[in-house]
Design a protein around this ligand. Structure first.
Ligand code: HEC
Length: 177
């Protein structure tokens, strides 16, 4: 019977596993450019915003909406209006909802569009749109989330209105107002 030494096989497997572990687990952990701080002005989610965020995840909003403005040609209008997203913007997001597809608009600055300061009209619009998008946009392909409870719709709206809203507070503070 021929004798096959297992030592080279084990050694090769150890080297492969060791280098994969170093490159994929250890190196990213010690990399100096990993962002470990929130963007200036970013605030943690309030309890209702955090609940709304869970609803956003559960209902699959992320499959149609991105939350990321990139420094690319396709995003130039978003960049002009809102600026480029930064790693620290997602400090409190686990998992993050960057998204991979835009069937609907990017929502990373939606709280600056439907600002809290507008009051009831902004909330009513968002809630009405969640319940029946076609009422506002006849060609919309967004599903009607009319089965959500009043509380869930309210939490979801709190979350959507928080998106990017903190960026405007930073500007106000910087202007000394
Ligand atoms: C099948 C894809 C799809 C899904 C899933 C989806 N949306 Fe949309 N959404 C759209 C499209 C398309 C638009 C743009 C047309 C419109 O206004 O309805 C839109 C628009 C919006 C807007 C902008 C409204 C405005 O006029 O400013 C908000 C906010 C929004 N969606 C939130 C959500 C939330 C929250 C969820 C999950 C509960 C969700 N969407 C799920 C496709 C989707």
């Amino acid at each position: 019977m021929r004798y096959i030494s297992v030592f080279p096989i084990v050694a090769i497997l150890c080297i492969l596993f060791g280098s994969a572990f170093t490159g994929l687990v250890i190196a990213p952990g010690v990399a100096s450019d990993v962002v470990r701080a929130p963007s200036v002005g970013l605030v943690a989610y309030s309890p209702s915003e955090a609940k709304g965020r869970k609803i956003y995840a559960r209902e699959g909003c992320v499959y149609c909406h991105s939350q990321q403005v990139r420094n690319v040609k396709a995003d130039e209008n978003l960049v002009a209006a809102f600026g480029v997203s930064k790693a620290g913007d997602y400090f409190y997001d686990l998992p993050h909802f960057l998204g991979t597809s835009r069937q609907g608009p990017d929502l990373s600055n939606e709280g600056r569009v439907w600002r809290r300061e507008i009051g009831a009209p902004a909330r009513d619009y968002l809630i009405g749109h969640f319940i029946n998008p076609r009422q506002y946009n006849p060609n919309s392909i967004m599903p009607a989330f009319d089965y959500l409870s009043t509380q869930e719709l309210s939490d979801l709206t709190d979350y959507i209105q928080s998106l990017g809203a903190w960026k405007d507070n930073v500007k106000v503070a910087a202007a000394g107002l």
